[in-house]
Ligand binder design. Structure first.
Ligand SMILES: Cc1ncc(COP(=O)(O)O)c(C=O)c1O
Length: 443
């Protein structure tokens, strides 16, 4: 690894070169494309991003849960180098190639459930979610789709309709696709009496679905097993299994959107594995290919194959470079036991953050699994969301060279998505700055 795995600040954040680039960005790039941090990247490896001024930043975001195997992971880089020297594109729908088939085989093998599966590859998470809905509609001959409060599924027209939060994802961008319905989620921190009762929270959701949609109209229930952008909300135990059971009994396709949770991120290979949930279709992206754009829908052969020939595809879906990267990333996850490493990161992070919570009543909740951990910030001693505090703590960390992200419907959640290859020392140092950021904000 050529990038030293240490935090090193040589200029204020942002430094002069980043400031120059920010001015060019403002002039040349559409204003709607924002940036979490005001620095421009020059290099990155493992758990460190080096900016154009030479600052070494600790990466607790993984480019939003993408570089799970570490940035520029050696097996990913080698596989892409080898592939780019052979060919860059033919279009799998014109002259297919082995890499695509090999990725499909690995996904069919590794995703939850022992049933026969097939896979189709796409470019982005949103595109794969859209295709899962297309497949479920063809298979069932029904139209409606149920999603949940706080859900995030993407920014295309259909996935905007499926995403819950208006600002910034939907504001002014309608009208949205029809036949999308929203059911209540299990959100233990805010669920009062239902907090620990996943089965009861599922009954509440199923009641809404039955009354407001009707199983006879419903093609698919689409859910993130742990919500990402919505605030790292982990439903109470029993919620997901009860939903799956209802879907099975009612001829509804159960789709797990594991775009953010997949590929060892949560301390299982897939978040569904935690409770032994077997989805009919699983949507993956982000961590699948170590940073190259790739996404997939994998599922029961009879559902996946319901679509007519030519009904699925796209010019770039399953691009050969992205497939080579995916094979390198998957090999890294398996060979280096990154599932086990995610479990260790969970222990370290939950331990420290729970200790901090015991001393700071502005941390309302500490939650998550594996290397997908969050703190929900509230006004002292209440459950009232405090988005300003989350922004201030994140800004403090950024200024000290630690990349952290916020999320949540109320904007009051700080989330941690470190690469699984990051060292304990860097993780600890990053959390030190979160702790210092909380201390720096007057109560
Ligand atoms: C759960 C989930 N689904 C879908 C998406 C959309 O993925 P993409 O941004 O690759 O379109 C995201 C992105 O954050 C996500 O977290």
């Amino acid at each position: 690894m050529t990038v030293a795995q240490e935090r090193r600040l040589v200029t204020p954040i942002p430094g002069p070169v980043s400031q120059e680039l920010a001015a060019r960005k403002q002039a040349a790039v559409a204003a709607g494309v924002g940036a979490t941090m005001p620095v421009f990247a020059a290099e990155a490896a493992g758990g460190i991003v080096v900016d154009v001024d030479g600052n070494h930043l600790i990466d607790l975001g993984s480019g939003i849960a993408v570089t799970t195997v570490g940035n520029s992971a050696p097996r990913v880089v080698d596989a892409v180098r080898e592939q780019v020297g052979r060919f860059t594109h033919t279009c799998f729908m014109v002259t297919p190639y082995e890499g695509y088939v090999a990725v499909a085989e690995r996904l069919n093998e590794l995703t939850p459930g022992e049933h026969e599966k097939t896979t189709a590859l796409f470019n982005s998470g949103a595109e794969a979610v859209e295709n899962a809905v297309k497949i479920a509609r063809v298979h069932t001959g029904k139209d409606a789709v149920v999603v949940f409060d706080h859900a995030y599924h993407g920014r295309t027209n259909l996935t905007m309709a499926m995403t819950a939060k208006n600002m910034p994802y939907k504001q002014g961008f309608g009208p949205f696709a029809g036949e999308v319905y929203r059911a209540p989620l299990s959100y233990p921190y805010r669920d009062g009496q239902l907090a620990a009762d996943g089965a009861a929270a599922a009954r509440r959701a199923i009641d809404v679905i039955e009354k407001q949609v009707g199983a006879d109209n419903l093609a698919a229930v689409v859910i993130e097993p742990i919500q990402g952008e919505g605030g790292f909300i982990e439903p109470a135990t029993g919620f997901l299994p009860a939903l799956v059971e209802w879907c099975r009994a009612n001829g509804v396709v159960f789709v797990a959107d594991e775009v953010q949770t997949g590929f060892a991120r949560t301390g299982d290979l897939f978040a569904c594995d935690h409770e032994g949930v077997v989805p009919d279709l699983i949507v993956t992206a982000k961590g699948i290919a170590g940073g190259l754009p790739l996404s997939a829908v994998t599922g029961r052969r009879e559902i996946m194959n319901a679509t007519h020939v030519g009904g699925l595809g796209g010019t770039y879906g399953g691009n050969p470079l992205a497939c080579a990267a995916a094979l390198g990333a998957i090999e890294t996850i398996v060979a280096d036991d990154l599932v086990g490493r995610a479990g260790k990161i969970q222990q370290l992070m939950l331990g420290r953050l729970r200790d901090l919570q015991s001393r700071d009543d502005r941390i309302g909740d500490v939650r998550g699994r594996g290397a997908m951990i969050a703190i929900e910030l509230v006004r002292p001693g209440t459950t009232e969301p405090d988005a300003d505090l989350a922004r201030s703590v994140a800004a403090h960390a950024h200024a000290r060279g630690v990349i952290v992200l916020t999320c949540g419907t109320y904007g009051n959640v700080i989330r941690f998505l470190p690469p699984l290859t990051i060292s304990d020392e860097l993780l600890d140092e990053g959390l030190d700055e979160v702790e210092a950021g909380l201390a720096a904000v007057a109560r």
